[in-house]
Design a binder for this molecule. Structure first.
Ligand SMILES: [Zn+2]
Length: 293
């Protein structure tokens, strides 16, 4: 092993191989969603080259349609990570259509956590999901680039440790607000709300909102009544999936003095996944501060 290494260096010194590319070759990775892309970057550091497809904060990911540019990004990926559970059905189609399937490793978050089509697809809001994705990504990196396994292991440990404050905040919120009725315009925050133990109201409305279909007049009326009569203690507002109706509900909440927090589908610019989750939980804690059981 040592001898082989000496030989390699000797070959590089003679210019027999491309030293620069050997040193800087990065693992090309495509993440369908930018929060997975951010985590992969944290796990791979300079050794990965990550392209994230969904990252536009002004675009509703549920309405996204893949373009030829998306297909091109996948061509050279050694690792592809996507959410699954029907959040990004265009990924299945692109992967089936693109060549070199045998050389590519694909990690689907939904499969790792046992979710399927029809389940709430916003899996990255479930505190159990990102540790599972990180373990799988790190295991792949270590197998693709075994020379740097100890580095990947250390980065994984750092990442997992960095999730602890988020788990602690969830536990604190649960201790205080378990069973408190809340509502939301769209199910993006659903798993986190479940982890806290909220009673989530108006779920049919939220599904219609996610699927871009018309909620029933009865569901709209029930939502408004919850806000006007302050039967819910916070409105979780998905600011990335809005329409005339959700905007109106936000103003009904404001008129009724029901506090609201803004949450997003994708990772906002200049934030890590951990900062994003933490800031939303902090906003939630702030919104509920005045509430007494
Ligand atoms: Zn959504």
């Amino acid at each position: 092993m040592k001898f082989a290494h000496v030989l390699t260096c000797f070959a590089i010194a003679l210019g027999l191989c491309n030293a620069a590319s050997a040193e800087t070759a990065r693992v090309p990775v495509v993440a369908a969603e930018n929060f997975y892309g951010d985590v992969i970057r944290q796990l791979g550091g300079d050794r990965v080259q990550v392209t994230s497809i969904l990252s536009n904060p002004d675009e509703d990911p549920h309405l996204f349609e893949a373009s030829p540019k998306t297909a091109r990004a996948l061509q050279h990926a050694a690792l592809v990570v996507y959410n699954g559970a029907d959040y990004d059905p265009w990924m299945d189609k692109l992967l089936a259509a693109s060549k070199s399937n045998d050389k590519r490793t694909v990690i689907v978050a939904a499969k790792l956590v046992g979710k399927k089509s029809g389940d709430n697809p916003h899996l990255w809001y479930d505190p159990a999901t990102m540790p599972a994705v990180a373990q799988a990504v790190s295991a792949y990196l270590a197998s693709a680039d075994p020379l740097h396994k100890s580095d990947y292991d250390a980065r994984l440990a750092t990442f997992l440790a960095s999730l602890k404050p988020i788990d602690a905040t969830v536990a604190q919120l649960k201790a205080r607000y378990k069973g408190v009725p809340v509502t939301a315009t769209e199910p993006v925050f659903g798993y986190m709300a479940d982890a806290i133990g909220f009673e989530m109201r108006n779920q049919r409305f939220q599904l219609a909102s996610m699927n871009d279909t018309e909620p029933s007049p009865a569901d709209i009326a029930a939502f408004e009544k919850d806000l006007r009569e302050r039967r819910v203690h916070v409105l979780i507002y998905n600011s990335q999936a809005t329409g005339a109706l959700t905007k109106r509900l936000l103003s009904v909440a404001q008129d009724a003095h029901v506090p609201s927090i803004s949450v997003t589908e994708t990772l906002p610019a200049k934030k890590t996944y951990q900062q994003w989750m933490q800031s939303q939980l902090d906003a939630l804690a702030g919104a509920l501060q005045g509430w007494q059981r």
